[in-house]
Ligand binder design. Sequence first.
Ligand code: URA
Length: 239
Amino acid sequence: MRIDKLLANMGFGTRKEVRQLLKNGAVRVNDQVIKKSNVHVNPENDQITCLGETVVYREFIYLMMNKKQGVLSATEDLREKTVIDLLSDKHRHFKPFPVGRLDKNTEGFLLISNNGKLAHNLLAPRKNVPKTYYAHVEGVVTEEDVKAFSAGVTLDDGYETKPGKLKVLKSDALSEIELTITEGKFHQVKRMFEAVGKKVVYLKRLSMGPLQLDESIPLGSYRELTEEELQLLEDLVED
Ligand code: URA
């Protein structure tokens, strides 16, 4: 890979700025100053520094966000703030995207990555990746609802959902529940409750596949996945 492309990809500046850094002698490859931008390097084996900082090359990033309400799960929007707008430049230059969507007023676990294969494997309907949500629901959620969800319910457009695992944490005028589903239809959790005559008034995603929301991440913030979490995704990211 060309040294100017690598450095630009890793956030050291635009191609033009990187060319200037090279000209200024700021870049060393295996302890030799490299001034030409068309020099090819092997990021796996070559020891590269820029302004004295070691350049660790990587192609993919994996971020866990605790999404806050009011931001869109999209890469860009003309009017509204997106989850990508909440990222630092250091992460945004990898051109990541949200892996799946949460509604504007839904909080919680959102994976953000630039690995298309991972996104495909987590989102493809035939993979049946479980997603668990916590919700506040207006109306008394009953054992009947648990049974109905375990059989699958009919949404407003006639779609029959796959079985969902509903756990009632508090059955009251304002109930608290956890629901695990393996699909991701538009507004699915809200529409499943509508199908049994109830209204979701607060929704938060707790997990997706093998990954659990790290509750210590403040709302609207994010962190990179840990090595352990990446291990859990291993089967989903490899070719
Ligand atoms: N189901 C919903 O209704 N909304 C979400 O954001 C996610 C699942």
